[in-house]
Design a binder for this molecule. Sequence first.
Ligand code: AR6
Length: 175
Amino acid sequence: MAISDGYIDLVEGDITRERVDAIVNAANSSLLGGGGVDGAIHRVAGPDLLEACRAIGGCLPGEARVTPGFHLPAKFVIHTVGPIWSGGAAGEDTILANCYRSCTRLAKSMGLVSLAFPSIGTGAYGFPVERASRIAVRELRDAVDRDPNLLTIRVICFGDDTFRAYARAMEDLLD
Ligand code: AR6
């Protein structure tokens, strides 16, 4: 399943298969791997990715760091760290928005023009997907508006529930 609003291509699938300039990883602050999309990316990229992450030494929530993609079809991996959901009054929205901004800013500084994002924060970290999808859609549309060189932003949803939440957010947030 796939839809587009002229800013974002929304796709149901597996981000490790994306042949783009960079895929985004929903990592943790250690950058030393984990489950979910992080585990999937490390499995396909191979052990060199862990070494590259170890050399970086960590990443604060809302920030982003880049490594090569190694055995992935994507050239680079942009690692970002979402907020750990604790009810929504602890700055989670801002941290999540900062994740998207940090990733697109880093991509722009490197001249990368095609990016694929997972649904950051909505798995192990527990961010409600309806709320997260609205933040993601808003931030990614703003990024496209700010950077005319950004050709492609894909959001890769793992499963139908996530896809439907993002599709609703794209529809509801049309001006
Ligand atoms: N392609 C695209 N999306 C995926 C894939 C995939 N191959 N696999 C899972 N997802 P999560 P978080 C979706 O838990 O909530 C890790 O252990 C998943 O269904 O990966 O930011 C890290 O090391 C969900 O919709 O990331 C951290 O410790 C979305 O990706 C922690 O989890 C995000 O779920 C980060 O938690």
